[in-house]
Write a protein that binds this ligand. Structure first.
Ligand SMILES: *Cc1c(COP(=O)(O)O)cnc(C)c1O
Length: 453
């Protein structure tokens, strides 16, 4: 340990070789889960008093552990929200790890934070946020939503000048809101009231208005934020953001837009109009580890007025006294302190390929997803459940039971064909695919549809 000798050279070659070979796999193996008992038996004892050695640990990882993880970047991994990090972003993730950067403060990590902020600015410009906007990369949408909503509550209490310091807050969210919004409510000890959505799962301004008007006087005094979703996880539907912004402006409410999955489509001119109104939000998140081709873990969290986030989040302590208050200390903008410069892989990839490549890649996934929807429209045995908006397509295999969907999905994974799991829509078990990988082709989707006949 901490020795620069010849065995370090050997280990360096082996680890870097492994990483490069993995990046080059086209496609990577889909792989699949193993039980705890299987892994115990196959991996053996790896933590010992003398160490098993780096080469042996790397062998166990490559032969046993990695194959027990489904490759999220496989072009036929279409469940949940997959990922498709660019080669440049993955390689730079190795550099971030090697560079021992503390990216919480400007004093320690200013160079890294500068570059992260360049990437954040690109996203802010796509959303039409003002020049003063800013934020930080956090681990994921769950952390981003929580941090944004804590800032919203801080502002509400601050504006109330003490009247609400002990009032339990209340937030209003669309019915299609991600589970992390309810989780934020639990963490903050705040209530979440859901706005009924239309048949596609979209929240409209008028329904938001009637939900808020329907609150008791007590509840409406506790309301501090509205959460709209720009790309629901289950169906990829974008709420009426302009309608939500109108309501929030009239009632002086914080508007948070959760674009963890769909926010990436701001880069795609073909669907950009769906996001009109986002420029009026107070905070906004998008996960580069979902549809902006960055490795885990990465959520871009942006505030219209970052001073509010700083007031809500910055930690004070004797050992932090040396940090300059007038510098951009990235820790100040979310619920965290120490942080990896997790925005750097996105920055490096944007710098490498240019933003046009991002627009093109997002448009590619959208057209493949929509061409797949056309195949479903034409098919005898399947039909669309909803008209797709972004790159999620929800459809049914006519006549199938939940058990048939489940068995088909397991068989497909076991045969290493695809990873597509059922979801449910209005109580019915259905299928769903989500395309975020520019290497997914229409032929991939056609093969999957054929296997359902
Ligand atoms: C995925 C997702 C989240 C949660 O993001 P994590 O990065 O998994 O924490 C939040 N909101 C939406 C809309 C999502 O799709």
């Amino acid at each position: 340990m901490h020795l620069h000798d010849s065995s370090l050279e050997v280990l360096t070659q082996a680890v870097v070789r492994y990483a490069i070979d993995r990046v080059r796999l086209d496609p990577p193996p889909l792989d699949g889960p193993r039980t705890l008992a299987e892994l115990r038996a196959m991996a053996g004892r790896t933590i010992t008093s003398h160490g098993i050695g780096g080469l042996e640990a790397l062998r166990v990882f490559g032969d046993v552990l990695a194959p027990a993880c489904i490759s999220v970047d496989h072009p036929r991994f279409l469940s949940f929200v997959p990922a498709a990090p660019t080669e440049a972003s993955i390689l730079f993730d190795l550099v971030v790890g090697a560079s021992s950067i503390y990216a919480g403060s400007w004093m320690e990590g200013g160079g890294a934070v500068f570059a992260e902020n360049e990437a954040l600015r690109w996203i802010a410009d796509l959303a039409g946020f003002p020049a003063a906007a800013g934020g930080v990369f956090v681990s994921g949408g769950t952390a981003g939503n929580l941090s944004a909503l804590i800032a919203a509550r801080w502002k509400w209490r601050h504006d109330a000048e003490g009247v609400h310091d002990r009032t339990r807050g209340l937030m209003v969210a669309s019915q299609g809101a991600h589970s992390s919004v309810a989780q934020a409510g639990r963490a903050m000890d705040a209530d979440v009231v859901l706005v009924p959505a239309d048949d596609a799962g979209r929240m409209h301004g008028r329904d938001l208005t009637s939900t808020i008007d329907g609150l008791s006087a007590h509840d409406s005094a506790r309301l501090f934020a509205v959460i709209a979703t720009s790309g629901t996880t289950n169906a990829g539907i974008v709420d009426d953001l302009a309608g939500a912004a109108d309501v929030c402006e009239r009632r002086n409410l914080w508007l948070h837009v959760d674009g963890a999955y769909g926010g990436a489509a701001l880069a795609a001119p073909s669907v950009r109009p769906l996001f009109d109104g986002i420029e009026r939000a107070d905070s906004f998140i998008v996960d580069p580890h979902k549809w902006l081709f960055a490795p885990f873990d990465s959520c871009a969290l942006l505030y219209r007025d970052p001073r509010i986030a700083k007031a809500a989040h910055s930690q004070q302590a004797e050992y932090l006294d040396v940090l300059q208050d007038d510098e951009w200390n990235a820790s100040d903008y979310a619920h965290h302190l120490s942080r990896r410069a997790r925005g750097l892989p996105l920055w490096f990839s944007l710098a490498t390929y240019g933003t046009d490549a991002y627009r093109f890649a997002v448009e590619t996934t959208l057209s493949v997803a929509h061409a797949g929807a056309d195949l479903i429209r034409q098919s005898e045995h399947c039909e669309l459940v909803l008209e797709p908006e972004l790159s999620v397509v929800v459809f049914r295999r006519k006549g199938w039971t939940a058990e048939q969907y489940r068995r088909w999905s397991e068989d497909q994974l076991a045969a290493q064909e695809c990873f597509v799991v059922p979801t449910s829509w209005a109580g019915e078990t259905v299928l769903r695919y989500c395309v975020v990988n520019p290497l997914t082709t229409v032929e991939d989707l056609a093969t999957i549809l054929d296997s359902l006949s």
